[in-house]
Write a protein that binds this ligand. Structure first.
Ligand code: SF4
Ligand code: SF4
Ligand code: SF4
Length: 522
């Protein structure tokens, strides 16, 4: 059985990585819109959190319900057989091997921690503070790989093969070039991605990974809120562990259990913690352990002693955190730098729905979408925004809306997307070459993709330093035609701080972030 579990874990992690790698334009037109959401839609934690925050049935709730039903029947099999982050921790625990410090028994009480965290995050979601995407294992893994590990891997691989090529040694390049071509065609991104905060997100992930050095599958045992949710559902499951009379109490099973589920006796086995990994069955020297189907009522097993008082404190803390996270300058006044992707819902709804998975950032053709830090306040941490100084929103692209698993960014047809304003462009006359230097420049107008050109030229006669007169074309933005795509900002030759820049004002999704209000704010 253990080998079957390994095959399943390898299959699901490869599937996860395959979807992540292919979440870019190459096959976007056919499979990405459907499959890229698979893992996020089977995740009941994300569905619950979205339901609580929005009071709307989330897309893909049926797949999440299916996982809950299977957990009701089998137990917490997802953690042992499917979860890609669980598999990563499994592999790391295997490599890092020993539980080095601390007495095992002293740590049992910390298993409750994940239940308190779950209550904390669900309660804050209920009060419309949706932070579960930050700690959900599938979002966490996707974000860490897409925004940190993958760009690092890309850069390293490109430099590695470039340096081999640079040696000019035929026998070496004869081997390396076909491998490089294969990697370029199938695994590497077509353009080197770079993300603001990529390093920070990777370091956080590395910190979580290193916890395995301290305790095996530390994250899964003590922190994971999805594991806690599945643990609660598995309490009523129909699977039971039995230990027969041949057991010699050697405790090998308990020492090998990655979940601290205490499988050394039928009574002590904690079904809410067990990943059904089958390790205990395989390592038992007397073959005393087996899993049998059995009605839930007949056996409750060892119980994690969740203290009601602490649960209540977590719930109150979850609710009490809401005003602290929601109170920010951004909640009073729109941040001009917070330019959301086209099709993004109005800010409040957007924050309720975005699970900070990073799919939109990974798929963005131009690498314009980055994770926020405090631009949207603390409650908006790691949600997507466009940084047009670095790249622009491609006029005919709708990929971010296609891959967003929660539809925080709506899926729009191209012709509709092309009308969505994500902001407006403004010209800095003290930097723009025709204004500040009386030099010809038409770069922004040339790149403007709107059919009627949102940038036009005002011909002005100016006096030069030597006293001569000259007619010069000075660019002017037509705010009715401008959609804020930002290509003018990206391409402007005044490169450090461009002479034309986009700000969020005028965005279609907001009634109040407008230059002239047509409706009074509620
Ligand atoms: S505890 Fe969490 S991270 Fe670990 S396997 Fe289960 S769902 Fe995945
Ligand atoms: S907006 Fe981006 S980060 Fe947020 S849920 Fe959608 S795809 Fe994920
Ligand atoms: S590209 Fe920049 S410098 Fe050139 S006209 Fe436009 S805003 Fe001015």
């Amino acid at each position: 059985m253990r080998w079957l579990r390994r095959v399943s874990q390898i299959f699901f992690i490869l599937f996860f990585l395959f979807l992540l790698i292919r979440t870019e334009d190459r096959i976007a037109a056919n499979i990405v819109p459907y499959l890229s959401k698979f893992f996020f839609q089977i995740d009941p934690l994300l569905s619950f959190a979205t339901l609580l925050a929005t009071w709307k049935i989330p897309e893909g709730i049926l797949s999440a319900l299916l996982l809950i039903i299977l957990t009701f029947i089998l137990g917490r099999f997802f953690c042992g057989w499917v979860c890609p982050l669980g598999t990563v921790h499994n592999a790391l625990s295997y490599i890092l091997k020993k539980e080095r410090w601390g007495e095992r028994r002293n740590w049992l009480k910390f298993q409750r921690g994940k239940y308190y965290l779950l209550v904390f995050f669900l309660l804050s979601a209920l009060f419309s503070l949706q932070l579960l995407g930050i700690v959900d294992p599938l979002s966490l893994l996707y974000r860490s790989i897409a925004l940190g590990i993958n760009p690092g891997f890309n850069s390293f691989t490109n430099s590695f093969f470039d340096s081999i090529y640079g040696t000019g040694l035929r026998p070496l390049t004869g081997i390396s070039e076909p491998i490089y071509s294969f990697l370029k065609g199938n695994i590497l991104s077509f353009k080197q991605p770079v993300f603001i905060q990529g390093l920070f997100i990777t370091l956080l992930f590395a910190g979580i990974a290193l916890l395995n050095l301290y305790r095996r599958r530390f994250w899964c045992r003590y922190l994971c809120p999805l594991g806690a949710l599945l643990g609660l559902f598995s309490k009523a499951s129909f699977t039971r562990l039995v230990v027969d009379e041949n057991c010699t109490s050697c405790m090998i099973c308990t020492n090998k259990c990655p979940a601290e589920a205490d499988p050394n006796s039928t009574e002590s086995w904690k079904k809410t913690e067990c990943y059904l990994c089958w390790n205990c069955v395989e390592v038992c020297p007397t073959g005393s352990i087996s899993f049998i189907p059995s009605p839930a009522r007949s056996h409750q097993g060892g119980i994690i002693d969740i203290k009601g008082r602490r649960m209540a404190i977590s719930a109150v803390a979850g609710a009490a955190t809401v005003p602290f996270f929601s109170f920010s300058i951004e909640s009073k006044r729109a941040n001009p730098d917070l330019i959301r992707p086209p099709g993004a819902l109005p800010e409040e709804e957007f924050l309720d729905k975005c699970i900070r998975c990073g799919e939109c950032m990974k798929v963005c053709l131009t690498n314009a979408i980055h994770p926020t830090f405090l631009q949207a306040g603390l409650e908006g941490l790691w949600t997507p925004y466009l940084v047009m100084r670095l790249a622009y929103c491609e006029y005919s692209c709708t990929l971010c809306g296609q891959v967003c698993p929660t539809q925080a960014i709506r899926r729009l047809p191209v012709n509709e997307k092309q009308k969505v304003k994500i902001g407006l462009a403004f010209i800095s006359r003290d930097r723009c070459l025709p204004y500040a230097e009386q030099k010809e420049c038409v770069v922004c107008e040339e790149h403007c993709p709107t059919p009627k050109k949102a940038i036009w030229f005002d011909e002005k006669e100016v006096t030069l330093m030597d006293g001569s007169r000259k007619i010069i074309k000075q660019p002017v933005v037509d705010l009715n035609l401008c959609i804020g795509c930002g290509i003018c900002e990206t391409k402007c030759p005044v490169s450090d701080r461009p002479a034309i820049y986009v700000q969020s004002i005028g965005e279609s999704r907001s009634k109040t972030n407008q230059i002239l209000l047509t409706e009074l704010p509620e």
